[in-house]
Design a protein. Structure first.
Length: 347
């Protein structure tokens, strides 16, 4: 494992924002006995991948901060379909013959983000979701039951970073973690930095299922905790319902990670969600720049693990709605109501 000194250049720009996350990490340690090394959690992937410090381009290179007529917008072009949709986006912005950067300058940040989201592109206006939403919203849907000494069985249906980090931290606290992937759609992180993927999933059981076979429902039925980062309707089509899962047995916990909340279908990745929450830096000219590497992802993973540990300690029976943009906003402005270790509100 890398020493913190190797991560210092990543830590310096982000350090002024870390107080709320450090508070959450300390409370996770109090609940579980597991220390959380924030520099490693936040910056290990970037260091292992050899990413440069970000500027207007994200550390991984797939997201861009674009100046607009009234501010800044982040647009993620992480997938081939996103790149293919760029001509349609500039046409929707009223500049069909322009480059995306030029089209963005001619309109508002909200317009850029909204039109991109219509095309299925993850995008956000800077600070658009600094609205006081708590990072975690809690909804009681089942009965409480305080567990015995054995660790809970976690079924992790999530991918990429935030959900798997939540699972890793809970696994270190004694949970039995089963990572579940679809035969038709494996975790995209498998094709990223191998050392980081191994670090995230060390010690976890792995199952690859044909989701159309009904096997997913059987695996979920064995769980005490489910971690997922899907639109609710996508899992319902597969016969998996958070409400039924929680009602079926006392003490269960469901961790649902989304970009903007379970009632909002906008998609998000770590870089654009951080921008939505206002978690950016500024260069010498006052222009917005990214902080860290897809920063909303690991920040959300820590918030989600802490929320799950708290829920289990009080007996579970809860749906935990974790918003990536709201987690980022909690760091961007530590005065936002509901942030910190007690930052939970009803769903």
């Amino acid at each position: 494992m890398l020493k913190n000194a190797a991560l210092a250049h990543w830590l310096r720009p982000v350090e002024p924002f870390l107080s709320p996350l450090a508070e959450v990490a300390r409370d996770f340690t109090r609940l579980t006995g597991v220390p959380v090394d924030l520099p490693t959690v936040l910056f290990l992937r970037a260091e292992l991948a050899g990413h440069p410090l970000p500027g207007r381009a994200s550390a991984g290179g797939s997201c861009r901060l674009l100046p607009t007529a009234d501010g800044w917008a982040a647009v993620s072009l992480a997938r081939p379909d996103d790149m293919a949709a760029v001509p349609a986006l500039v046409a929707l912005l009223g500049s069909p013959r322009a480059e995306l950067s030029e089209a963005a300058r001619r309109t508002t940040a909200t317009e850029v983000a909204g039109k991109a989201q219509l095309l299925g592109i993850a995008a956000a206006a800077l600070g658009s979701d600094q609205d006081g939403r708590a990072p975690v919203r809690v909804r009681r849907l089942g009965e409480r039951h305080v567990r015995g000494p054995a660790g809970p069985r976690i079924v992790d249906l999530s991918a990429l970073w935030a959900g798997p980090l939540c699972a890793r931290l809970l696994g270190l606290a004694g949970a039995q973690v089963v990572k579940v992937e679809s035969t038709g759609r494996p975790d995209g992180a498998r094709f990223g930095t191998p050392g980081f993927y191994r670090w995230l999933h060390d010690g976890h059981e792995s199952r690859v299922l044909d989701f159309s076979s009904g096997a997913l429902s059987e695996v979920v039925a064995e769980a005490d905790v489910v971690i997922e980062a899907s639109r609710p309707r996508a899992l319902r089509r597969l016969g998996v319902h958070a409400e039924r899962f929680l009602a079926a047995r006392p003490g269960r916990v469901w961790v649902g990670i989304t970009g903007y909340g379970r009632d909002d279908d906008r998609i998000a990745f770590g870089d654009d969600a951080a921008v939505a929450g206002g978690l950016t830096g500024f260069d010498a000219d006052g222009g917005a720049v990214f902080l860290g590497d897809a920063l909303a992802d690991p920040v959300t993973g820590v918030f989600a693990a802490h929320a799950a540990a708290r829920s289990l300690a009080r007996g579970g029976g809860e749906l935990l709605c974790v918003s990536m943009a709201a987690c980022a906003a909690a760091l961007a402005d530590s005065g936002v109501p509901g942030t910190g270790a007690g930052g939970h509100q009803p769903c």
